[in-house]
Design a protein around this ligand. Structure first.
Ligand code: PEP
Ligand code: MN
Length: 337
């Protein structure tokens, strides 16, 4: 249930509603919009079904929410969520560019890549220190050592860091070094991890599972939002289909669909969708044109030598050329890069 307050409702009127809801045994989540405040009711709605909420001063309307998510819905918050980290932004008409290697392999590799992508216009640095690998014999990441190198690269370039956290036991250590937590496709429905991340104060980049629907992505985001952490970036990274010309199929429709359903920023990962470097620029252009708020893209100084995802990693040179084209498209559609 969502309670929409009237334009100009006073703080006392809002507090009164919240107090009544608390007494009835449900939680309230408040969204203060430009014009109105909206109160999301979380818990057993039966408990409040007898309250004459529309009769309260300051209440405009009470809306049932039939969807299995509320806090991340457009109904709950009309305005887009804009996430700011240092000088970088995701959402609000700015196209964020998160770039870097799939995995941190050495200090030199990540610092060099960070400098190159920064020069070309990236706004965040990506890199995995804990890697979810399909084979247990593949490189699993450098762990805390990798996190330290990411921090060094961030210090040298000013780029905020995005890195993956795979399990609850890693949260504290990753939080120490990262600016944004990444939750990978394989963990999109790790509800315990989502709940724990929801209690933290740093933004979260939540990737869509390759076999999950748009609605499931939103209900996973709701787990995070419920804990109080509303700074969530959704990421379309390709889904499994019968098609095998690409590693996964980039679901371009998910971008405009998500933008209608949620106020959260939506970005695209062209690298993991494609699984091949040659079409990464085109998928990035498509993402921008379809209304995405950014991309997360794998860039490696020497893809042939990469310990992970080399075939889909683009070089800094290609990245730089791609950025030039992205800037042209952005200027046509009124987005900033
Ligand atoms: C990654 O970003 O390196 C990654 C493992 O992505 P995904 O979780 O989308 O497979
Ligand atoms: Mn990768």
């Amino acid at each position: 249930m969502i309670i929409v307050m009237k334009e100009g409702a006073t703080q006392e009127q809002i507090d009164e509603v919240v107090e009544k809801l608390k007494k009835a045994g449900v939680e309230s989540h408040i969204s203060v919009g430009k014009y109105r405040t909206v109160i999301g009711v979380i818990g057993d709605e039966e408990l409040v079904s007898m309250l004459p909420l529309t009769a309260f001063p300051g209440v405009e309307k009470v809306m049932p929410v039939l969807k299995p998510y509320k806090l991340v819905s457009r109904e709950f918050q009309h305005e887009d969520t804009v996430i700011k980290v240092k000088d970088s932004v995701v959402g609000g008409g700015v196209f964020a560019v998160i770039a870097g290697p799939c995995s941190v392999e050495s200090r030199e590799q990540v610092v060099e890549t960070a400098k190159e992508v920064k020069k070309a216009g990236a706004t965040f640095l990506r890199g995995g220190a804990y890697k979810p690998r399909t084979s247990p014999y593949s490189f699993q990441g450098l762990g805390e050592e990798g996190l330290k190198y990411l921090r060094d690269a961030s210090q040298e370039t000013g780029l905020p860091v995005v890195t993956e956290v795979m399990e609850i036991r890693q949260i504290d250590i990753v939080e120490k070094y990262t600016d944004i937590f990444q939750i990978g496709a394989r963990n999109m429905q790790n509800f315990n991890l989502l709940t724990e991340i929801g209690k933290r104060k740093k933004p979260v980049l939540l990737k869509r599972g390759f076999s999950n629907t748009v609605e499931e992505l939103l209900t996973s985001a709701e787990y995070i939002a419920r804990g109080g952490n509303r700074e969530i970036i959704l990421c379309e990274r390709g889904i499994r289909t019968f098609e095998n010309a690409t590693r996964n199929t980039l679901d371009i429709s998910a971008i405009p669909v998500l933008k209608t359903l949620t106020h959260l920023p939506v970005i695209v990962d062209p690298s993991h969708s494609a699984g091949r470097a040659d079409i990464v620029p085109e998928l990035s252009y498509a993402a921008l044109a379809a209304g995405a708020d950014g991309i997360i893209v794998e860039v490696h100084p020497n893809p042939a030598e990469a310990l992970c995802d080399g075939p889909q990693s683009i070089t800094p040179e290609i990245f730089s050329q791609m950025m030039d084209t992205l800037r042209k498209i952005a200027s046509c559609i009124g987005k900033k890069i």
